[in-house]
Design a protein around this ligand. Structure first.
Ligand code: FE2
Length: 433
């Protein structure tokens, strides 16, 4: 079974990444930042974790207000460094731990946390700033895969401190119900006190930082009772992102051992680091693990017996992301015009595999579904290539259109999602008068 072997708390200010990339350990201003991470590196070296579960918030880099969500879990296989305006930092992409991430996602949903899920999205300084200081690398490449959890703390309403705490408790049950023996370290990022906007920009409160660190270790439930306004009053508006730490704390025992702690305020943000382990070993009973697994599978149990039915799961989503992306992008006029002009050139540009190209080229509607494409991108391909939805349904069933139409109440009905721009479809004859 997977288990949490300890946790790290760390600020994620860009200052840390800047220090890493441009400054030296011997510089009196920047040196304390490097020094703060030395014990963390040593601890990781000793513990040899298999996975980092990284809780962070994006700073309107890869997540924007066209679709903003509370808890977004990364379920993919890799995560590049985001360009935050001046070009991306010179760091390799992180590897994901997709299988455990997907299990955690399913477990949290089964406990009624309505998660959102992402893949193929770059991560910003919220994640990379601290990781660049302590995550192990070999020949430049990161050696420990990550599961990122992006928490939407920038557009109110945002999750409460209590909700973060409860999510952490559910996260522990999710990790501990994963069958593979994996050592997981939870990394909580953010804070401490700072404010970066408005006339109050530059606000800090070291006394509150110290009180927070103390409560976080010894009486974290007290922190779950504070409102966002309480956090903003004490630690600055942006400092209230520190509620993310409570996700990590909720996943730990009530009693923890603090192995390391630092606090340094060089400029705008109080940079804190800490390492915790559980004070005692609490392993869930085999019955509790079995019950959790049953709960995870409960909603879809039995669906596998439905003939010709393929629930669109996180696993399918990750496996078939590239082809779904390609077909989805037919919603953009430039892509569909290029596709109609030269399919092969578009396949090449998108890096589709030979199998994926073949499935689309042959309009193998059933094969596409088996491969992992979702129906709703097939109807886009149909709309672009002049094929009605009914043709696609019939083809998926392995029937002629005529035979399939006989099973409908209105056998003459043909339609697609094509708009006016697609022009007259060959199958769509004007109504006879
Ligand atoms: Fe942040």
């Amino acid at each position: 079974m997977a288990r949490i072997i300890g946790s790290i708390a760390t600020s994620h200010t860009p200052t840390i990444g800047f220090a890493h990339d441009f400054k030296s350990k011997d510089d009196p201003v920047w040196g304390p930042i490097f020094a703060a991470y030395e014990p963390i590196k040593a601890w990781i070296n000793e513990k040899k974790p298999d996975v980092f579960f990284v809780i962070y918030n994006d700073h309107i880099t890869s997540f924007f207000f066209d679709h903003y969500s509370a808890f977004a879990l990364g379920i993919g296989n890799d995560y590049a460094v985001a360009d935050e305006g001046g070009g991306a930092r010179d760091l390799p992409p992180l590897k994901g731990q997709a299988a455990l991430a997907q299990h955690i996602g399913a477990s949290l949903m089964a406990e009624e946390f309505d998660m959102s899920f992402f893949q193929n999205r770059a991560l910003d300084h919220g994640c990379f700033s601290p990781l660049s200081m302590f995550a192990p690398r070999d020949n430049g490449a990161w050696t420990v895969p990550v599961i990122p959890l992006q928490v939407g703390v920038l557009q109110f309403p945002v999750p409460s401190a209590l909700r973060c705490w409860k999510l952490g408790q559910a996260l522990r049950r999710a990790i501990e119900s994963y069958p593979e023996d994996l050592k997981v370290v939870i990394i909580a990022t953010g804070g401490l006190s700072h404010q970066v906007h408005g006339e109050r920009a530059g606000f800090n409160n070291t006394a509150w930082d110290m009180e927070f660190l103390d409560l976080f270790e010894k009486d974290p439930e007290k922190l779950t009772k504070l409102t966002h306004a309480d956090y903003a009053t004490r630690g600055g508006m942006e400092g209230s992102e520190v509620i993310m730490w409570l996700i990590m704390r909720g996943a730990m025992n009530a009693r923890v051992k603090k192995l390391h702690q630092t606090h340094y305020l060089p400029s705008m943000t109080s940079i804190a680091t800490a390492v915790y382990e559980n004070a005692e070993d609490v392993t869930p009973s085999p019955e509790a693990i079995a019950a959790q697994r049953q709960q995870i599978g409960y909603q879809l149990a039995g669906a596998e017996k439905l003939e010709g039915t393929y629930p669109y799961t996180l696993q399918r989503s990750v496996k078939a992301h590239r082809i779904n992306r390609f077909l989805h992008d037919l919603v953009y006029p430039a892509h569909r015009e290029a596709f109609l002009a030269d399919e092969d050139a578009e396949y090449e540009k998108a890096g589709l595999s030979p199998e994926e190209r073949d499935l689309i080229r042959r309009r193998d509607w059933r094969g596409l579904i088996h491969y992992g494409a979702i129906f709703f991108v097939l109807e886009k391909l149909g709309a672009v290539t002049g094929v009605s939805n009914l043709h696609i349904y019939a083809a998926m069933r392995g029937q002629s259109l005529e035979d399939f139409q006989k099973t409908r109440n209105a056998p003459g009905a043909l339609y697609s999602v094509a708009g006016k721009a697609a022009g007259q479809q060959s199958w769509d004859q004007p109504a006879k008068s």
